[in-house]
Write a new protein. Structure first.
Lengths: 155, 111
C-alpha cells in the first residue's frame, strides 16, 4: 500500500465531519464503528478497548485542539486514517487544556511493525502542526476535499 | 473460554512492547504524546492472563517467545504469521473463532 493510500480518506464514511459527542470514549466508539461499517475493522469491541487502554497509558491529545489516537490491533484489517471533526469541542484531557476539534485516528493491523505504524502517526501529527493546515481541515467541505488536503499536506 | 481476554492480551502486549522500549517512548514524546509509567499496563496484563484458559496460555506464551506475537489473524485461510494456506479442515468449529496454525503454532483468530 502506498503512502498516499494510507493517508487519504478513501470514502465519505471514514470522514465524520460533524460529531456532536462530548466524551472522547464516545468519539472513539463512533469512529471505530464507522471503520467497521466499511470493513476496515473486524472487531470493533476489541479495537475500542485497545484504544481506551492506550489512552490511559499514552493520552492522544497533542494540544492545539488536535488528538491523534492510534493503535495496532488484531481488530484492524487494513491500515487506515479516519478523520473526525467536533465543532463543539471534546474534553480530551489535553495538557494545554484546549478542547479537541480535530481527531485523526490512525489504525494498523497487528501484523504491522511498530516503526511503520509510528511513521504513519508521525505523518498525521505533522499534518496538524501548523495552524493553516488545521484550519483547512476544519473548513473542508467534504470527504473529497479532505482526501485531497491530506495528500497535499502529508510530509 | 474467554476469547476476548486472549485478544485483549495480545493487543496489550503490543502496547507493552512499545512502553518497555525506551527509543519508542522517546519517539512518542517527540511527537507530543505523554506516555506514562507502564506499571498499570503490567497489572492489567496479569489480570487478563488469569482470565485465559490454560492451554491457550501455553500456546500463546510459546508463540510470543518464539515469534514476538502469540495471535495472528486469518485471511482467506492464510495464516498471517507464516503465510501458509491451511486446509478447510483447519477451520474452527461452529461458534468458535480460535484455532492453532498447523504450520507455525501461532494462535489463529478467524473472525
Amino acid at each position: 500500500m502506498t503512502t498516499v493510500a494510507v493517508h487519504s480518506v478513501p470514502d465519505s464514511s471514514l470522514f465524520l465531519p460533524d460529531l456532536k459527542l462530548k466524551r472522547k470514549e464516545s468519539v472513539l466508539h463512533e469512529m471505530v464503528c464507522a471503520a467497521q461499517r466499511v470493513r476496515v475493522v473486524r472487531d470493533a469491541e476489541l479495537l475500542h478497548e485497545t484504544l481506551l487502554r492506550r489512552e490511559r497509558w499514552c493520552p492522544s491529545a497533542i494540544g492545539k485542539g488536535v488528538a491523534v489516537p492510534n493503535a495496532r490491533s488484531l481488530g484492524v484489517l487494513e491500515p487506515r486514517l479516519i478523520l473526525a471533526r467536533a465543532p463543539r469541542g471534546v474534553d480530551w484531557g489535553a495538557s494545554d487544556g484546549a478542547a479537541v476539534h480535530l481527531v485523526l485516528l490512525v489504525l494498523s493491523p497487528s501484523e504491522v511493525g511498530v516503526e511503520p505504524h509510528l511513521e504513519r502517526v508521525m505523518r498525521a501529527v505533522a499534518i496538524t502542526r501548523s495552524q493553516r493546515n488545521r484550519q483547512k481541515l476544519l473548513e473542508a467541505a467534504d470527504a473529497g476535499t479532505v482526501a485531497l488536503l491530506l495528500r497535499e499536506l502529508a510530509p | 473460554m474467554k476469547v476476548t481476554s486472549l485478544l485483549e492480551l495480545h493487543d496489550l502486549d503490543l502496547q507493552l512492547a512499545e512502553a518497555r522500549h525506551p527509543a519508542t517512548v522517546a519517539k512518542l514524546k517527540k511527537l507530543g504524546f505523554e506516555p506514562s509509567d507502564p506499571a498499570p499496563l503490567e497489572r492489567v496484563r496479569a489480570r487478563l492472563l488469569a482470565g485465559v484458559e490454560r492451554r491457550w496460555v501455553q500456546h500463546y506464551v510459546r508463540a510470543l517467545q518464539r515469534y514476538g506475537r502469540g495471535v495472528v489473524g486469518m485471511r482467506e485461510r492464510v495464516c498471517q504469521g507464516c503465510f501458509v494456506t491451511l486446509p478447510t479442515s483447519a477451520s474452527p468449529r461452529v461458534g468458535e473463532s480460535l484455532t492453532l496454525c498447523q504450520s507455525c503454532g501461532r494462535i489463529l483468530y478467524w473472525r
